[in-house]
Design a protein around this ligand. Structure first.
Ligand code: CTP
Length: 393
């Protein structure tokens, strides 16, 4: 049993907070609800009081509460503070350290972990100000969930829906579970995403890598206590909590960043590095005028994985990825030997893997092949991080 302080913000998704309270109570937790002024326009205090079997707090100026229990005590008595739905406005006030109502005062006064489940219109979610606020909150140690994608109450479509109450409960349980940190004191290097190889100032060679799997692995390693350096190609993904990120564009920049980040105990090379670059990238935009079709001469990029695995500063565990469209295991085994990796994580990318949210992988080691069932990329990451922890133990 844990004590959860639930702050319900003012959004249409506030009705889902009722279901969240019910699920948390069912899981055996005590829930105490704080309703913002906006929230009280969407759900009745009475509903939350009945579901939580406790008083619902709505205002800072309730002197009786201050006499019975000050706002500091209210915020610290909990094991975890949850904000659901976290509106754009509430997130902005949290990020700015503003304390102008009971909810934000509690959030500023708490010394407990905070989980925010955002819900807002897709444009508000994508607005630069919200992006900035989310980055700030994550940097401050707040766990901000990614909203669901789908049809919105306002008729638009996109990310911004409150995550399902069951998913919020899962995130709560994860935060309440004592941290096992088998990778504490270890440094793990991860590469992720594609690389962009310029042809001229406006054109480049790229590939379909989304970076999702590599970012998930970096986050999973950090959760196990590792110091993680993530060398990321051009992707628009948020940096996982606790991960140090170096943004690069080209394969050669990625190679330099990897070299610069050594020594490491392990390296997980998930990036889909471009094998070739334009030999002579044009300094000015190549024009059509003049006739003829330009010929692109390619030069081979450095193999970052092979260089690392055969180098003098080789991490103890070197893991490569192999995205294949045919003869997956044969190619992966050959790649492992050729590149000098300890493991190759092989996947068949002939389907919807690139950019998708699930992955079916095979771990190819010197001892043979281990097949994993199709799993969400986050689950692949968590399991792989555990395997890495075992190997380094
Ligand atoms: N890799 C790398 N540097 C490169 C190319 C690939 O570090 N220049 C790494 C990738 O991060 C991945 C592994 O090598 O971990 C395999 O990448 P892949 O593109 O499948 O290998 P290639 O050598 O390019 O083989 P292929 O002939 O299949 O393209």
């Amino acid at each position: 049993m844990k004590r959860i302080l639930l702050i319900v913000g003012g959004g249409i998704a506030a009705y889902k907070a009722c279901e969240l309270v019910r699920l948390l109570r069912k899981a055996g937790h005590e829930v105490r609800c704080v309703l913002t002024e906006g929230g009280s326009h969407f759900v009745m205090p009475m509903t939350l009081a009945a579901l939580s079997e406790d008083k619902v707090y709505t205002t800072l100026w309730d002197l009786k509460d201050e006499a019975e229990m000050g706002h500091i005590q209210l915020s610290r008595e909990a094991d975890l503070v949850v904000v659901a739905p976290a509106t754009a406005d509430l997130l902005a006030r949290m990020a700015g350290g503003i304390a102008d109502d009971l909810a934000t005062t509690l959030l500023l006064a708490t010394d407990k972990p905070v989980l925010a489940a955002p819900a807002m219109n897709v444009r508000m979610w994508r607005h630069a100000a919200t992006r900035r606020n989310i980055d700030q909150l994550r940097a401050d140690g707040v766990t901000v969930m990614t909203p669901d994608e789908g049809a919105m109450a306002c008729g638009e479509y996109g990310p911004g829906r409150l995550p399902e109450p069951a998913a919020i409960v899962a995130a709560i349980e994860a935060l309440l579970t004592p941290h096992v940190t088998p990778l504490a004191g270890r440094h793990v290097l991860v590469t992720a995403g594609p690389t962009h190889e310029p042809i001229d100032p406006v054109r480049y060679i790229a590939n379909r890598s989304s970076g999702k799997q590599g970012f998930a692995i970096a986050g999973a390693l950090a959760r196990l206590g590792a110091r993680v350096t993530l060398v990321a190609g051009p992707v628009a993904l948020p940096t996982p909590h606790g991960v140090e990120r170096i943004d690069v564009e080209t394969a050669r920049e990625m190679a330099a960043a990897v070299e610069h980040s050594l020594p490491a105990d392990a390296a997980v090379m998930v990036a889909a590095v471009a094998d070739w670059r334009a030999e002579d990238a044009a300094a000015q935009k190549i024009k059509k005028a003049g006739g003829g079709t330009p010929t692109l001469r390619l030069a081979e990029n450095p193999d970052i994985l092979a260089t690392l695995a055969h180098g003098t500063r080789r991490p103890r565990l070197v893991i490569g990825f192999a995205a294949e469209t045919e003869k997956v295991l044969d190619h992966a085994a050959a790649k492992r030997a050729r590149k000098g990796a300890d493991w190759i994580v092989a996947n068949d990318v002939s389907g919807d893997v690139m950019g998708g949210d699930a992955n079916t992988i095979h771990i190819v080691t010197v001892d043979g092949v281990e097949d994993w069932e199709r799993l969400p990329k986050e689950a692949v990451a968590a399991r792989l991080a555990e395997r890495i922890a075992e190997a380094l133990a």
